[in-house]
Design a binder for this molecule. Structure first.
Ligand code: SF4
Length: 334
């Protein structure tokens, strides 16, 4: 939900593009484009959610934002400088400000390191100016993420912890370097249903306490609505709809968002998402027409020709769909 604490822009992303060479069977189109001209703003203390199925480009976008990937093109303005071009020492500094929490808390921890060892390294690298010994700082972090009793937890190895505890260690490790923003990539999808709400609640509390911004990546619109101020829906590497969380969930405009919502358990109009003809969105550079064409129940002849641009359809609500070219926003009940 939108917070009154949200202030100025921390990250301004424009025209972001990530490309990989296509496998040789796609010899005519030499490139796959999993992130295609993405633009977004992330404000201080704001949470935005990138929502979409597998292959939507949301994880690749997240990795580009924290610069685990070098973009092919576009800008990532951070405090006015383009981190898309940074390397070496400047990039190392940026990696302290921008932390990634992975989907698999077990895979992201070193099985032969104790909890304490996982937190010592970033704390030592960061050379925190906060008072206290290294041991006290570790205990403080563990306590902040709810890993108690800290004296018992600190000497455990990952295999001795539950999935939820492991994800809390991963979150503590991200916090150890005092980041300005975190990208949380499906942080609850591999956890037991009973503890998912606890981890979301923890992320929310930490964001408030530390004044963080967050990019929350998920396939689940319900959890995005719970945690995010704004939702950006991605399909085939493109942002197809964006707006305030309540607006997107209550008045979804793009056919993909509508189908995604209907596929959410508990939805009043529950129904499965239609399959693609190929099993995945077409990410090839020379793809033509709307990225959602082969699954769209409203596809028209013009949709085969070119990709519609993201444009405003109501206050703080954008969609990339030809349905809204001639139909004003009354079609949505605005
Ligand atoms: Fe469907 Fe056409 Fe809109 Fe694409 S542009 S989502 S194919 S109606």
């Amino acid at each position: 939900m939108a917070s009154s604490k949200i202030t100025d822009v921390l990250l301004r992303v424009s025209d972001l593009e990530v490309r990989f060479p296509a496998p040789s069977r796609f010899s005519k189109a030499r490139w796959i484009v999993p992130v295609n001209h993405v633009a977004l703003d992330l404000r201080r203390r704001e949470t935005i959610a990138l929502v979409g199925e597998s292959g939507s480009g949301k994880t690749t976008t997240g990795k580009a934002l924290v610069r685990l990937l070098k973009p092919w093109g576009g800008q990532i303005l951070y405090n006015g400088s383009d981190v898309a071009r940074w390397s070496g020492r400047k990039l190392h500094q940026y990696h302290k400000s921008a932390q990634l929490i992975f989907q698999d808390p077990y895979g992201s921890l070193n099985p032969v390191h104790t909890v304490s060892q996982h937190l010592s390294l970033p704390l030592q690298l960061h050379q925190s100016q906060e008072p206290g010994t290294l041991s006290e700082k570790i205990e403080s972090l563990l306590s902040r993420v709810g890993l108690v009793p800290v004296q018992e937890i600190r000497d455990k190895y990952p295999h001795e912890l539950s999935g939820g505890q492991r994800q809390r260690v991963a979150i503590a490790r991200a916090l150890a370097v005092n980041p300005e923003f975190m990208v949380a990539d499906e942080p609850i999808s591999m956890l037991d249903v009973s503890i998912r709400a606890d981890i979301l609640h923890l992320l929310q509390n930490l964001q408030n306490d530390f004044g963080l911004s967050m990019v929350y990546i998920t396939h689940d619109l319900a959890s995005a609505y719970y945690i995010a101020d704004r939702i950006l829906v991605m399909y085939g590497g493109i942002i197809v709809e964006s707006g305030d969380s309540g607006e997107i969930v209550k008045k979804p405009a793009h056919p993909y968002t509508q189908l995604l919502l209907a596929a959410t358990p508990g939805s009043p109009v529950e129904g499965p998402l239609p399959e693609t003809s190929t099993g995945a969105p077409n990410l090839l550079l020379d793809r033509q027409g709307c990225v959602f064409y082969d699954r769209c129940p409203h596809a028209m002849a013009r949709c085969q020709v070119s990709q519609p641009q993201l444009k405003s359809i109501a206050a703080r609500h954008d969609a990339a769909c030809y349905l809204y070219d001639d139909r004003p926003s009354e079609a949505l009940g605005h």
